[in-house]
Design a protein around this ligand. Structure first.
Ligand code: KIV
Ligand code: ZN
Length: 382
């Protein structure tokens, strides 16, 4: 089965989120957890952006082994020099350099002609190659640019020695079909593309980061760039856990594998939420508190007969605690009986009817009926 490389950028693009600043110890703790998760690449930071980021990348490069450690740079010599210095002790160092390729980025941000962009991109890759063998190039805002220009840029950076080419949907603007077509176009038109890794990097501004990444993977990309819990600039990046579990759960469809140790997903999620101070929304796929919670009567009844009726992932696969049945006013007799039995109460149909009646009265007042409430109901009713 084809392997998909997982490039984690929680410590770089994730940390760019509003209000998130992680210190060296916190970054090291997350990096160690990423190793337990078995990601292939850790993007540890942007060394020339601040002295603190330089120190963090350097500390991770020194301590964290057995995985590619990557640093981000602009296509600027001083950035690349500083990044190479930070990565000096890395076992497998990678420099990730790049430049904007859409007309708005070239004209308004950089004030460059397209020819200057091609030249600067190739020169940056050549400069990075003086330090490391593994150089990734990003074509920023690729999805809003001209695709033939993108092909031209990618051919030049591959010629200059890039080992990975990253096609970002920087603004989360593309639809899955468009992104899939763009990746296919790159796969079919860029000379020597078969000699490099093609990477997808999507943002979630329109809620399509996961769908776009998967569409790009289906079109032939073999690296995906993600963050834990999907944290990142604006609406965030593609969530590691969503892509990994989509591929794991739908192996039949994707026919591709990752090396991720899925049981480390929940510990990673909680560590990042706690250290970054960004709580996980309850309904977040895979890692939200409600992701394995069954609340309505029909679902609880089906789940208690056979969990597969309403569950496509066993929570233990992602390191979460067992699925939960939450007793609310939407619950039926089957769920109530099950919960009472777990507390040691057994009763016939008639007694259950009576208890159910009392239970509904409490459930209408409280959001969730807890074990303590059930004990009180039993004392009052039976
Ligand atoms: O979103 C983006 O384009 C990026 C690049 C710097 C890789 O994060
Ligand atoms: Zn990004």
């Amino acid at each position: 089965m084809r392997k998909l490389f997982v490039f984690d950028t929680t410590l770089r693009d994730g940390e760019q989120s509003l209000g998130i600043t992680l210190n060296v110890d916190e970054k090291l703790e997350i990096a160690r957890q990423l190793v337990r998760l078995k990601v292939d690449v850790i993007e540890a930071g942007f060394p020339n952006s601040s002295p603190g980021d330089f120190i963090s990348v350097q500390a991770i490069a020194r301590e964290v082994k057995g995985v590619v450690i990557c640093g981000l740079t602009r296509a600027v010599k001083s950035d690349i020099d500083r990044c190479a210095e930070a990565l000096r002790s890395a076992e497998y160092p990678r420099i990730h350099t790049g430049i904007g390729v859409s007309s708005v980025h070239m004209e308004k941000k950089l004030g460059f002609t397209p020819e200057q962009v091609v030249e600067t991109a190739a020169a940056a890759v050549k400069h990075a190659k003086k330090y490391v063998a593994d150089v990734e190039f990003f074509a920023e805002d690729a999805t809003r640019g001209d695709r033939d220009f993108l092909v031209q840029v990618l051919e030049q950076v591959i010629k200059a020695g890039a080992t990975v080419v990253n096609i970002p949907d920087t603004l989360g603007y593309a639809t899955p079909q468009e992104y899939s077509r763009l990746i296919s176009y790159v796969m079919n038109h860029v000379k020597n593309i078969e000699n490099v890794v093609v990477s997808v990097h999507c943002h979630n501004d329109l809620g399509m980061a996961t769908a776009n990444s998967l569409a790009g993977i289906e079109a032939g990309a073999n690296q995906v760039e993600v963050t834990v819990n999907g944290i990142g600039e604006r609406a965030g990046n593609t969530s590691l856990e969503e892509v990994v579990m989509a591929i794991h759960t739908r192996r039949d469809h994707y026919g591709i594998r990752t090396d991720i140790n899925t049981q480390e997903i929940w510990p990673a999620s909680r560590l990042v939420a706690r250290t970054a101070g960004v709580p996980v929304p309850a309904h977040k796929p895979i890692v939200g508190e409600n992701a394995f919670m069954h609340a309505s009567g029909i679902h609880q009844d089906g789940f208690l007969k056979d969990r597969q009726t309403y569950e496509i992932i066993d929570p233990s696969t992602v390191g979460a605690s067992a699925s939960k049945i939450s007793l609310t006013a939407r619950s039926g007799r089957h769920a109530l009986k099950h919960m009472l039995e777990t507390l040691g109460y057994r009763m016939d149909r008639e007694a259950l009817d009576k208890v159910y009646h009392s239970f509904l009265q409490i459930a209408d007042i409280k959001k969730e009926v807890m074990a303590q409430d059930l004990h009180s109901i039993m004392q009052m009713t039976v």
